[in-house]
Write a new protein. Sequence first.
Length: 325
Amino acid sequence: MRVLITGGAGYIGSTVASACLDAGIEPVILDSLVTGRREFTEGRVFYEGDISDGPLIDKIFTEYPDIEAVVHCAALIVVPDSVADPIGYYRANVAKSLEFADHLLRNGRTRMIFSSSASIYRAGDDHTVTEDSPLDPQSPYARTKAVCEAMFADIAASRPIKILSLRYFNPVGADPGMRTGLQLRRPSHALGKMIEAYEEGVPFRITGTGYPTRDGTGIRDYVHVWDLAAAHVAALRRFDALETDVINLGTGAGTTVRELAEAFNRVADRPIELVEAPARPGDTAGAYTRSDRAHRLLGWRARFSLEDGIRHSLEWARLRDTRLS
């Protein structure tokens, strides 16, 4: 099997590509390198360019007519940045995805996995969600994912294409083989900020302590990126038999930011100090999944622990600058 992975030089896309290779699936990478890293494409078929570039998409499918499916990971993903630049986010995540879907249809491609986000949900009072929970995205980034899902559903209802949305919770960790990991030196999510504080010997700022959670800090479902990648492989293998267009990918366990910091201090060789700070623009209390749909339909469950994710993230952080020139 051969698959096209858009955004395949980014954190999740490159990890999916590694998992595909390990499973005997040949990835073809398309990435504009706006945030992706060329180093993550080494040894892989790579096209540098934009998902909205019709002639380039035509060229890829002409040169690799045996591509059976597409994994669409290309997107801008930083919540505060989306608040500051909603036009840029809607253009990159929605408008270009619409063009990309049109190019797929023109080339007769009928299978796509879309990297969506659990941030589109409105969580219940217990902060849990299933695939049937109401949607209520709270940031421009999250709304771009919700808009794309609705757009793809409309397209799939009228055209010969099937689109499966995998709603990620909060990826952590790195490829356990240390081929790829977070490409950004200063990621904006909680674990990235903890590693930054650890490296610089400064306190970690808990942004937001007034949420209605058990300790007042935001709650998330931290899922190892390698587990996410394995779910994509399972979805590719079972794609035609799936009778759903949405699957949550999470561990089923909620972890608050304060609990994440406690786990970090159990893993790291020296602890980080914690200080409280105001919530960031676009942040929410968060949610975690209580669904078993991924297990029922994909035979998938998260295997790695939160501590594994922290450990692999720290290992990657030590190697990052030598791996990324």
